[in-house]
Design a protein around this ligand. Structure first.
Ligand code: FEO
Length: 382
């Protein structure tokens, strides 16, 4: 696959992986992207997960057509991209590695490669391949601390590391829009400030093509992709609407939550409901980032939150979730404490508003609970 006449895609699809990072279900698979720039000198842009080593090395050899690669540029050291560095360094003993100075310090944790083969670059450094010139820009915490992105000046291509990546094997033709928010918000979502800093640098470059480390190469009008990244990384919601997340043991909390969702809809709200005991937590995290208001309904369990709700709130906290309005509904047959526990999590997050009205139901929603639900509805809409 070619990106341009002189830049070739040599990445691999992984359609058999069950859980990416041992936590995200991959129904559509994932791609580990890698590229080769052919010029007087040849640069390979990142490697792939070791699950794809053999296929990747075959792709690289095919593109090289017997030539020797001069450089490996490592934009990101996470094993889904660095897994084959050792094999490449062994196969091509003369190849030199270019990476950030931070990555140079971290590389010995991953591979035993003679230090003389590794150059740690700094912000703005360049590497000439002939007609192509690579320029390096640091992007710390656009997922890991050692990350950099590489801009190829002559063809205006940005090799963007995890940035602008998405889930989905390339052969499955998953549209970027379909999985990109799920990918971004779960993988990079915590690092909004770092992404904002990178977007500012990118704005100074004339970019025609973005080559990420996962998912399709992006060309044409890049504005929609950049606008999405700007939105997500600034923790602004995508939709004006209410997400109702519920965690129910025997169905009573679920019934109460779904009825409240119907009441919100009847009041004219765009509403999405999500069963935390049935949906993967990464779906719930994505949806929470998308909506501007969220209602959490949880049963009390073992004197604490039901685990599915605890899990969501744990994930939101570690993702640096912020800037939203919440309503709380709790259930407990004898000692409801779920709202107190949910509040503790939410209060640890930044710029979170919690409605004063907390609805407490005892086992099931009863007519006597109606005024509290009505008060919550009014407040979440207010
Ligand atoms: Fe795709 Fe942070 O690695």
């Amino acid at each position: 696959m070619k990106v341009t006449d002189t830049i070739k895609y040599v990445g691999v699809d992984d359609t058999t992986i069950d859980l990416f990072e041992s936590q995200y279900p991959m129904e559509e698979g994932i791609s580990y992207n890698s590229y080769v720039i052919l010029d007087d000198k040849i640069a390979i842009m990142d490697t792939v997960d070791r699950r794809g080593s053999e296929e990747w090395l075959k792709n690289v050899r095919e593109v090289l057509e017997g030539r020797q690669p001069d450089y490996l540029v490592v934009d990101h050291l996470e094993p889904d991209h660095s897994g084959t560095i050792g094999a490449l360094a062994e196969a091509y003993p003369d190849i030199k590695i270019y990476c950030s100075a931070k990555a140079k310090g971290m590389l010995p944790n991953f591979f035993d490669i003679d230090e003389s083969r590794i150059t740690g670059v700094a912000e703005g450094d360049t590497l000439s391949l002939g007609s192509h010139t690579l320029q390096f820009f640091m992007a710390p915490m656009v997922h890991w601390p050692e990350v950099m992105v590489t801009y190829e000046k002559s063809e205006k291509v940005l090799f963007s590391a995890d940035g602008f990546g998405t889930f989905g094997a390339i052969q499955n033709n998953v549209p970027w829009e379909q999985e990109a928010s799920h990918y971004y918000l779960n993988i990079v979502g915590k690092y909004g400030a770092s992404v904002q800093a990178l977007l500012k640098k990118a704005a100074t470059l004339d970019i025609k093509t973005i080559c990420p480390l996962h998912g399709p190469v992006l060309t044409g009008d890049l504005t929609p992709y950049i606008e999405k990244y700007d939105l997500w990384s600034s923790y602004k919601p995508e939709f004006h609407g209410v997400l109702v997340c519920y965690a129910s043991v025997h169905g009573h909390t679920k019934e109460a939550a779904l009825r409240f969702a119907e009441e919100l809809e009847a009041a004219g709200e765009k509403v999405k409901t999500l069963d935390l005991t049935r949906e993967h937590v990464s779906e719930a995290v994505e949806k929470c980032f998308q909506y501007d208001r969220i209602v959490l309904a949880s049963v009390t369990y073992d004197g604490a939150l039901f685990p599915a709700m605890e899990d969501l709130l744990y994930h939101l906290e570690i993702k640096n979730f912020q800037n939203r309005k919440f309503g709380l509904i709790e259930n407990g047959s004898w000692g409801p404490i779920a709202a107190k526990k949910m509040r503790e999590h939410l209060e640890a997050m930044k710029d979170i508003t919690i409605c004063d009205t907390v609805v407490t139901i005892k086992t099931r929603r009863k007519p006597s609970d109606q005024p509290a639900f009505e008060a919550l509805l009014k407040e979440i809409r207010g």
